[in-house]
Design a protein around this ligand. Structure first.
Ligand SMILES: C[C@@H](NC(=O)[C@@H](C)NC(=O)CCCC[C@H](NC(=O)C[NH3+])C(=O)[O-])C(=O)O
Length: 351
């Protein structure tokens, strides 16, 4: 393989940087031809001081979108729907525009307003107001539809959690089962993801887990323990619980064709640029980052109260990285954590 050895000191430096910038702890797990590397710095929980560990579960935020996209694409592969079907064909009257298709949802091109922009305009009050709330998917869609579309359907990339809430509604409609059943039967059980759970609306992270710490908007205020929440505001857009071992297994299996047929996988990998520098792309529930060493990696990022996650793989599934920091609403922490990708996939910077 053309892969350089992972720069483990570089990964550790990125994790340490994330803790210097405000995360109680950070960790990374790399699975590759050279075996497994596990790195953990700082604390799993700021109150108890328990050390960070990669052998624990946490909330993965929008990495959930890749799980949701896989399930919906499996259903499309089984003929239950078409990628270019209008959403309203399967959920009559749901959306104000019949032009919005399933493909628009999964590629963030529908124009549906992201209700979290209103919900979390004030970070801690917004979180505390929904921490124990249970929403129906319909209620979340109603919040989105209280505002106009942000773009003409299909015309441009506009990231919105609302897209994957509607995708979750489609999964429930097309399977007649719950999201939890669909994730379990179609991904979690087939891949033996023993640390991966969709417990919504229960608030506890099962077993050994990391505590999440929400950074207030006001400088100097103490971190808020955000571990316990229903994550009902996110559901099929961000409520999954998993671990580094399981996410590395998941992204690898995805790119190695274990979960989708070639037609659906090709559709998932059909990318459009999301930034002016042409280094970041979005396909269907999947991101692609073009790294400085010429390598591209596939996966998803996650941001949920208390947790930042990166879960990426090389395009052939040979090397996979999951990195997590247990503080959110802190951009520099997120950027520092992202530094694990270059170190893990590109290896040592040329001197
Ligand atoms: C971007 C990321 N998206 C996700 O993971 C989804 C599930 N999360 C969000 O939309 C952020 C919700 C607010 C987080 C809160 N921020 C605020 O409340 C800001 N006022 C926090 O940082 O914990 C992705 O796709 O990679």
């Amino acid at each position: 393989s053309g892969l350089a050895e992972p720069d483990l000191e570089g990964v550790r430096a990125a994790l340490l940087r994330a803790t210097e910038l405000g995360a109680p702890g950070a960790m990374a797990r790399i699975d590759g031809p050279e075996g497994v590397s596990r790195l953990a710095v700082g604390e799993r929980d700021a109150d108890t001081g328990l050390p960070m560990t990669t052998r624990a579960r946490f909330r993965v935020g929008s990495v959930t979108k890749t799980f949701t996209s896989v399930v919906l694409l499996q259903l499309i592969g089984e003929g239950a729907a078409g990628l270019d079907d209008p959403v309203n064909r399967h959920l009559p009257g749901l959306l104000p525009d019949d032009r919005i298709t399933l493909r628009h949802l999964l590629s963030h091109r529908s124009g549906l307003w992201d209700y979290t922009n209103d919900m979390f305009a004030r970070t801690v009050p917004g979180f505390e107001s929904v921490r124990d709330r249970v929403f129906s998917l319909q209620e979340l869609v109603d919040l989105s539809l209280s505002r106009p579309l942000t773009v003409e359907p299909g015309s441009a990339y506009a990231y919105s959690n609302s897209n994957f809430v509607v995708a979750g509604m489609l999964i429930e409609r097309l399977t007649g089962a719950s999201l939890a059943d669909a994730y379990r039967e179609r991904i979690i059980q087939p891949l033996d993801l023993d640390d991966t759970f969709y417990v919504h609306p229960r608030t506890r992270i099962p077993g050994t887990h990391i505590s999440g710490h929400l950074t207030p908007d006001e400088a100097g205020l103490p971190l808020v323990d955000s571990t316990r929440q229903t994550a009902s505001w996110a559901q099929s857009a961000g409520a999954m619980i998993s671990s580094p071992a399981d996410l590395n297994r998941f992204v690898g299996a995805l790119t190695e064709g274990e979960l989708l047929g070639t037609e659906q996988l090709d559709a998932m990998l059909t990318m459009t640029p999301t930034d002016a520098t042409n280094t970041r792309f979005y396909g269907l529930g999947l991101r692609r980052y073009a790294l400085s060493c010429g390598l591209s990696v596939l996966g998803h990022t996650g941001t949920v109260q208390g947790f930042y996650t990166y879960a990426f793989t090389t395009e052939d599934g040979e090397r996979r990285l999951t990195a997590m920091a247990n503080a959110s609403n802190n951009g520099p922490v997120n950027t520092a954590l992202g530094g694990t990708l270059e170190a893990a996939f590109c290896g040592e910077r040329p001197a």
